[in-house]
Design a protein around this ligand. Structure first.
Ligand code: FPP
Length: 241
């Protein structure tokens, strides 16, 4: 039975930049893909921890629009890992009531992976527990550019007036249109950058940059970051009440 989602002061939507797989593998004298496989195992643990800490939406950065610059071996290995992950985890995610979505541009992905992504989204579309969003071939600027193109097409077709283009209408064209904005963005591995992740959506997010490499990131550390968030005062540009 899935555990109940708790209400509270914690973040409802957490986004994670899962960094450090390559270094983790190198430290062990192993190929980078070994680190990605270890990283994939962590995803399950963190998804399972979400209900306990009151996180309803989890968005994870699995592959960026810039990651194609990596070696052909690493890119192919990551794509194969994504296919295997979906095939292996689909049943468990559904049983755990997790609704899975994918964001990013699918055009460059292989047909088999796209089919698996579509099937997993369909399988879990009725799930009401944690919302897991996996970003594959995702870039914040690319997302805004694709959204703008669709918005412009709607304007050209007379479906939208230019006067109605504003902060409320534009996000309806983003990949994340059905999701709330992230409250907390976590990046592992000691790098303090956002690397083109959820640029529009994270305008008012809190950030946590932790030194832990992603394959070592535990449910305990996740829970402690969520606890720390509850102590922060968010003002959204206003002043203290
Ligand atoms: C960044 O670490 C990580 C990635 C580019 C891939 C993220 C993928 C996973 C965590 C595994 C699979 C995920 C799913 C959803 C199945 P890096 O390789 O840049 O590490 P480095 O900075 O130490 O080189």
């Amino acid at each position: 039975m899935p555990k109940p989602i708790r209400d509270g002061n914690g973040p409802r939507h957490v986004a994670i930049i899962m960094d450090g797989n390559g270094r983790w593998a190198t430290q062990r004298g192993r190929p980078r893909l070994f680190g990605h496989h270890a990283g994939a195992k962590r995803v399950r643990e963190i998804v399972q921890a979400c209900p306990d800490v009151g996180v309803k939406y989890l968005t994870i950065f699995a592959f960026s629009t810039e990651n194609w610059k990596r070696t052909q071996t690493e890119v192919a290995g990551l794509m194969s890992l994504f296919r295997r992950y979906i095939q292996k985890e689909a049943r468990a995610l559904h049983a755990e009531n997790v609704q899975v979505r994918f964001i990013g541009d699918r055009v460059k992905l292989d047909r088999k992976l796209i089919t698996l992504m579509d099937e997993l989204e369909a399988l879990t579309s009725g799930c009401t527990g944690v919302n897991l969003t996996i970003a594959i071939n995702y870039g914040g600027r690319d997302e805004v550019a694709r959204a703008t193109k669709r918005l412009a097409q709607d304007v050209a077709a007379g479906k939208l007036c230019p006067e109605d283009v504003n902060e409320e209408t534009l996000p309806k064209y983003l990949d994340t249109c059905v999701l709330p904005d992230p409250d907390l963005v976590i990046r592992t591995s000691g790098e303090a950058r956002i690397s083109n992740f959820l640029l529009w959506q994270s305008a008012y997010a809190e950030y946590e940059f932790v030194d832990t490499l992603w394959p070592d990131f535990s449910a305990e550390e996740f829970s402690s970051l969520i606890g720390g968030y509850g102590l922060r005062e968010r003002r959204y540009g206003g002043v203290k009440a």
